[in-house]
Design a protein around this ligand. Structure first.
Ligand SMILES: Nc1nc2c(c(=O)[nH]1)N[C@H]1C(S)=C(S)[C@@H](COP(=O)(O)O)O[C@H]1N2
Ligand SMILES: [Mo]
Length: 406
């Protein structure tokens, strides 16, 4: 019989360091035993996220920010939400990574290595707002299935890459092209290699915009693994599900792309408003395109207490899909009256815009600060929940924070 080996002092100390507490009976622990505390990966360490991020699901990984974490003008990785439909690709071989452009509407199929993409085409950098179509889902009633995002499934990072348009012009596209669809390296939850977790896209007009990128850098560095390393298509202002991570192939289609999560209730809403809970026929559902106007108060954190007689600086960001935000207002009387905020121009098209206001409160007590953005077509955020839809998309209701004046 083999003698059981016990763990050494040095190893024990380092384990205790990772766990953050003394392992009291550590001397009785077998050498090859992994303490339970270390068996489940820590998602914050795994993805370099801040501890205040909120995990909504671990299979697959889904994690959102809180409003006050999104205060930076350009969102740093540690506060960027993670939304996965499947499992993150396991072994990524960057040296041999390729992108293939195919489909009914290419003159001929073409494959590029990552190096070719980077050396052959001009690089461009844009700040682009990505919001999950389901951001705000948690408020719908009757409730919608899916990750219960509150307000934190949005960010604006700086993306560097080549224009999808430049690559498509190099490939040669036929006149009958209507849509692009992406295919990626992530793994279906069933691990069935014949199934894709998600394969979405957008009409050719979106593919041809200046800001639609095949990106290889986020915030000046290699894209973090969870956000699509080593290559990602980025389509700002549209549901973030159009921005395919771990990109391997783009198909140029002569029909509306019919990949996974392009049909049924996925990323589609009733074309015309329906009563909450109503059944909607398939042909009455429309694919979500540009996201609606919305804003978020990122400072102060909801629940702040401020001294009487002092002005409060309130700030945040506003965005409007393909459009610009034209006006930003706040209310401290539950939407009865509104005052104007300062609103900055976007760094570039499709980047979120920063707003701020100096808010005065007439006396001690409890207040709420509500924020309302209006887009360049004159549409404003609703104060209450907008149109119910089966999967709880497009909740762009006004964001609000609580403030006490003491
Ligand atoms: N390959 C792939 N791309 C994907 C997804 C995915 O599961 N697989 N999720 C999409 C969805 S639904 C969203 S909201 C965004 C999330 O991007 P993020 O993880 O960088 O926040 O990625 C999109 N791109
Ligand atoms: Mo999403």
């Amino acid at each position: 019989m083999q003698r059981r080996k016990f763990i050494g002092r040095a190893a024990l100390a380092s384990l205790a360091g990772i766990i953050g507490a003394d392992i009291v009976y550590g001397s009785k622990m077998a050498e090859n035993y992994v303490p339970l505390a270390l068996q489940d990966p820590d998602p914050f360490k795994l993805f370099n996220k801040d501890k205040e991020m909120v995990v909504l699901n671990d299979k697959p990984w889904n994690m959102e920010a809180q409003a006050h974490l999104l205060d930076d003008k350009v969102t740093p990785n540690k506060y960027i939400f993670v939304r996965n439909n499947g499992l993150i690709p396991e072994a990524i071989d960057v040296k041999n990574w390729t992108l293939t452009i195919d489909g009914e509407s290419v003159k001929q199929k073409k494959t590029y290595t990552l190096e070719e993409l980077k050396s052959k085409f001009k690089h461009h950098t844009y700040q682009l707002t990505l919001e999950c179509g389901g951001n705000g889902r948690s408020e719908f009633d009757p409730p919608a299935k899916g990750n219960q995002w509150t307000v934190g499934a949005v960010y604006c990072a700086s993306w560097t890459g080549v224009r999808l348009r430049d690559v498509l012009e190099d490939v040669g596209i036929k006149d009958d092209a209507v849509y692009f669809g992406y295919h990626a390296a992530d793994i279906h939850l069933s691990r069935d290699p014949g199934k894709e977790p998600i394969s979405r896209g957008a009409p050719m007009a979106k593919a041809m915009q200046d800001e639609t990128l095949l990106a290889f850098k986020m915030n000046g560095e290699d894209i973090p693994l969870a956000h699509g390393y080593p290559l990602r298509v980025i389509a700002g202002g549209w549901p973030a599900s159009v921005s395919g991570k771990w990109l391997q192939r783009i198909s140029i289609r002569n029909i509306v792309h019919d990949g996974t999560k392009m049909t049924g209730t996925a990323y589609r809403v009733p074309c015309k408003p329906v009563a909450p809970g109503e059944k909607v026929a398939d042909e009455d559902m429309c694919i979500i395109e540009s996201m609606p106007v919305k804003s978020l108060i990122t400072y102060p954190k909801s629940g702040a207490t401020i001294p009487e007689g002092k002005k409060l600086t309130v700030r945040g960001h506003a965005w409007a899909g393909e459009l610009e935000v034209a006006k930003m207002e706040y209310s401290i009387d539950f939407g009865s009256t509104w005052k104007q905020c300062n609103l900055e121009k976007p760094a570039n098209r499709l980047a979120w815009q920063h707003f701020s206001a100096q808010v005065e409160f007439p006396q001690q007590g409890y207040y709420e600060v509500w924020a309302r953005a209006t887009d360049s077509n004159g549409f404003s955020q609703p104060m209450l929940l907008p149109g119910w839809n089966p999967k709880g998309y497009l909740n762009n209701a006004c964001h609000r924070i609580a403030v006490k004046v003491a």
